[in-house]
Design a protein around this ligand. Sequence first.
Ligand code: NDP
Ligand code: 2IT
Length: 445
Amino acid sequence: MTKKVKDFMNEVIAKNPGEKEFHQAVLEVVESVMPYLEKNPKYLKAKILERIVEPERVIMFRVPWMDDAGEVQVNRGYRIEMNSAIGPYKGGLRLHPTVYLGILKFLAFEQVFKNSLTTLPMGGGKGGSNFDPKGKSDNEVMRFCQSFMTELSRHIGPDTDIPAGDIGVGGREIGYMFGQYKKLRNEFTGVLTGKGLNWGGSLIRSEATGYGCVYFVEEMLKTKGDSLKGKVCTVSGSGNVAQYTVEKVNQLGGKVVTLSDSGGYIYDSHGVDEKKLAFVMDLKNVKRGRIKEYAKKYNCKYFENKKPWEVECDVAFPSATQNEINESDAKKLVKGGCIAVGEGANMPTTPEGIEVFQKAKILYGPGKAANAGGVAVSGLEMSQNSERLSWTSEEVDSKLHNIMIAIHEICVKYGKEGKHVNYVKGANIGGFVKVADAMLDQGLV
Ligand code: NDP
Ligand code: 2IT
C-alpha cells in the first residue's frame, strides 16, 4: 500500500469507525484508482475521492410492526443515497439480520461504480433492514414491508431514488412495498424495480443477475479462446442469483455441481439439471426450505457448515454473500484447477483471496462488473415504465447480453496489463471515470 493510499484510508477509517466492510470496499477502489489520479491531477485537486466516499445522504429510521402473536417488534431501516452524479440513486434493499450501516455503505459504494459500468444513467444507493425474513409468515413480512415503506416513501421516487431487491428481498417483498407506496402517493410509477410482470415489471429481471454473470464469464473465457462448454462449475447460494446462474451455465453446456445456503452445501457430481433446478426454485422461492433437502431428494452428499470451494472446478460462481471466499478458500480453488471466477455476489472475496487469484493470473471477474446485469435490467425496467411499454424477453435478454459485453470491454480498456487483463483495476477505473467527470462538470455540490 502506498503512503498516499494509507493516509487516505486512515481518514476514512477515522471518519467511519467500525464499518469494516465499507473500509474494505473503499480500499479496493482507492488502490486501483490512485495511480490513475496521479496521472490526472484534476481529480485530486477537486477532491473527488474525498467526496465520493461521503454519502450524499444517509437515512435511518424506526420500523415498528406487529408479529402474528400480537407482539410489537422494532427493526431499523436504512437508505444510503450515495451518489447521484450520473442519474437518480439506484440499488437494492437487503433484509438480513447482519445488516448495519457498514454493510449498506459498502454496498452503496460498490453500486456507484457498478451502475456507471452498465452504460445506463443511474446513480448509486442501497438500503434495507436488520429484519430477518426467515421463519416469518407472509403476513408478518407484509406488515414489516408496509411499515418500512411508510417511512421510506418520503425519500424515494421514480426520478429520485429507485430501490429494488437484494438478499431477502424478492418478488413478494417488492409487491408489498409497491402496494404501500402506491396507496400512500396515489400514483402508479416505476418507483421500484423487480416488479411483477402484470404491474410494471420487466421480463428477464429475475434472470438478469445470474444470466449476466455467466455472459461476463463467457467473455473472459473468450479472451483465452475458451468457453463454458464442458466446464465444471461450483456455485454458492441457492437464491435468485444462484438459480439463474445455474440455468444459464446449463444452456451454455457447462455443469453445476454445488449449491449452498447458510447451513452448508450440496455436491451433485451429475450436475444440477433443468429438472433439479425446478425443484430448487420451488424449494427456495415457494416452500422457503433448506438446500439440505436437495441432498435427500437426489441422494447426493450434503456438507453441513461448509462452503463449496473445497470442490475441484473449472469455474467458480460465488453467489451468496460478502467475504465468502477467504485466502484459504481461494488457494483451494486455484489448486483445484479453477481458471475463472465470476462474482454473482457483492464483494464475496476477501482482499487476501483476491491477491491469491491475481497472483495465479486466473480470470477473476469482480462483482461490480460481473453482477451488474441485475441493475442493468432494472435500468431497462425503468425505461419501459417511462415509455409505458414492455419489451419482449428476447429484446431485454439481447440488451442485457450487449451490456455485459460492453462492461467487459470497459474492463479490458482500463485493466490491460500486457497480455493479462486485471479486471479489478479495469472495473474500478472504468466505473470511476464517468462518475468523477460528471462530478467535475456539476461543480462543488
Ligand atoms: P437471495 O436472498 O435470493 O439468496 C441469498 C442466498 O445466499 C441464499 O441461498 C442464502 O442462504 C445465502 N446467504 C445469504 N447470506 C449468507 C451468509 N451470511 N452465509 C451463507 N449464505 C448466505 O439473494 P440474491 O440471490 O439476490 O443475492 C445473492 C448475492 O448476490 C448477494 O451478495 C447480493 O448482494 C448479490 N446481488 C444480487 C442481485 C440481485 O439482482 N438480486 C444483483 C447483484 C448482486 P440462506 O437462505 O440460508 O440465508
Ligand atoms: O447489488 C445489486 O446490484 C442489486 N441488488 C440490484 C440492484 C437493482 O437496483 O436492481
